[in-house]
Design a protein around this ligand. Structure first.
Ligand code: HEM
Length: 457
């Protein structure tokens, strides 16, 4: 038998052995999953249909650290709990990369053309994009957000009084427009915003595990998201080349970006524009509609929002409402591909996670931990102030750069909407599932909008 030397790795049946003082995380499996073939089918099905449920159940059965062997892809090791969250998201980008995740997203990862096709260059572009976006949505620029919001709402809400509106499509569309105008400017959005919003909607609505899996097969070419991506590429490339937008500040900012120390290639400018708009529209669109649904469908919360005196106070409370919406339905998968092994300690045990595994945090379980959040499943933004901050916007090298912007955008829009209108829901609130990526309501949510007494109209 081979002798193990602490800190070294031996290979056995293709897998590395941990050092003597550490152990590999237990391999999690569900009922029937050990049966050859049938087990593989069951596991693939579960991973595709309900990946978050699978992780939560595995945590209950196998403890805070466990590995899921996702057939045909990678080994996914969950480090659950707050320490796991810190460990996963605290990895530097050369140790924990987002390549395996980003590379599997159809539009961002492999459909929208770039100069190169490898995932390393994709991560470099994403990191450069993150830095660019941090500058676009912070600092003195944030002061212009209200003007943009007021402009968008004034023109779009003028026809709402006494009408039945489908909130599930109207609200994301308002937020797409506000985010789009904020980063691209009015001339650009006036020319192409309507079409861009429709394309991004189609793409974002398709971000689910089953569709991402289908996208990677030859059948992907027949998916509506594929056609939307091709059209998006065309529209953005035309805008970038157009004389009319030669001085557009966003396009100029993109051209001055450096990627891994060199100037961005002209061939990557459309991708970067796509990426900025993707982030600035699709995330607020999804979380904005669900925050509104949560507030309107909880009369006690709506009353508390309206009782706040003055816009600043109302917005602060509505920003808490957004946080509460994210707390209960956080971004489902926060994961990194390991380029080197990782040693991790939990509950007195040392775990060795080999290079090549994907490590993931589980914000869903952190945010619903009954020992930290009173009545954790309940939507109660008014009672969370003294509880621990939830896992909302990530942290570390790939943490969100737009938390303040998003809070200001969504709370500002909800404040204006709820101050002007009474919204009486006609349909039951659609079911929501915590998915890996952005969930949108799966069917219309009609509401009758009426101007409130005393509103400006
Ligand atoms: C409610 C809305 C939003 C939520 C819940 C959210 C959440 C998150 C989370 C959890 C991460 C960490 C991802 C990881 O560690 O793998 C992240 C990263 C990031 N977010 Fe946000 N975000 C939102 C809105 C936005 C907006 C509006 C923008 C852009 C203006 C943005 C830009 C980014 C960027 C650039 C990253 C870095 C990682 C990447 O490139 O994907 N986010 N966000």
């Amino acid at each position: 038998m081979k002798r193990r030397v602490p800190g070294t790795v031996h290979r056995r049946r293709g897998g590395p052995l941990p050092p003597v003082d550490a152990q590999l995380p237990p391999l999690a499996y569900g009922p029937g999953e050990k049966i050859p073939l049938v087990g593989t089918y069951l596991k693939v099905r579960r991973t595709i249909v309900d990946p978050i449920g699978l992780a939560v159940e595995s945590q209950r059965r196998f403890g805070d650290v466990f590995t899921l062997h996702v057939p045909f892809t990678f080994k996914l090791t969950y480090l659950t709990g707050r320490d796991g969250y810190r460990a996963v998201l605290g990895l530097p980008p050369d140790h924990g990369t987002i390549e395996p995740i980003l590379g599997q997203l159809p539009t961002v990862g492999f459909w929208f053309r770039r100069l190169r096709t490898d995932t390393k260059s994709l991560q470099e572009l994403a990191l450069a994009g993150r830095k660019l976006m941090a500058g676009l949505v912070s600092g003195p620029r944030l002061a212009q957000l209200d003007e943009v919001l007021t402009g968008v709402l004034r023109s779009r809400l003028s026809t709402w009084d006494n009408r039945t509106v489908d909130l599930a499509s109207e609200i994301p569309s308002l937020l797409y427009e506000a985010g789009g105008r904020f980063v691209c400017g009015n001339t650009f959005w006036d020319e192409a915003g309507g079409e861009l919003a429709g394309l991004y909607w189609r793409i974002a609505d398709g971000i689910t595990v089953p569709r991402a899996a289908l996208a990677a097969t030859p059948a992907g070419r027949f998916m509506p998201e594929f056609r939307a991506t091709r059209r998006l590429e065309q529209v953005l490339t035309t805008l970038i080349r157009s004389e009319r937008h030669r001085h557009n500040s966003l396009i100029r900012a993109i051209r001055s970006v450096t990627v891994a120390g060199s100037a961005i290639s002209e061939a990557d400018v459309p991708w970067m524009l796509m990426y900025v708009l993707f982030n600035v529209t699709t995330y607020p669109g999804s979380y904005g509609i669900w925050t509104l649904i949560d507030v309107v469908s909880h009369p006690d919360v709506l009353a508390l929002a309206r009782a706040r005196s003055g816009s600043d106070q109302r917005r602060a409370f509505l920003a808490d409402c957004l946080d509460e919406t994210i707390r209960i339905y956080p971004v489902g998968l926060l994961a990194r591909g390991l380029t080197k092994p990782l040693l991790y300690e939990s509950a007195g045990r040392r775990y060795f996670v080999p290079a090549g595994h994907v490590v993931a945090a589980l914000p869903y379980a952190i945010n619903r931990n009954e020992s930290e959040y009173h009545d954790a499943e309940r939507y109660a933004p008014q009672s969370r102030q003294h509880e621990r901050p939830a896992a909302l916007f990530g942290r570390g090298a790939f943490g969100c750069v737009a938390a303040s912007f998003t809070r200001a955008l969504i709370s500002g829009m909800l404040d204006m909407l709820l101050t002007e209108f009474e919204l009486d829901l006609c349909d039951p609130v659609p079911a929501r599932h915590c998915r890996v990526a952005l969930p949108y309501p799966s069917r219309p949510l009609r509401a009758v909008a009426r101007l409130r007494a005393g509103s400006r109209g």
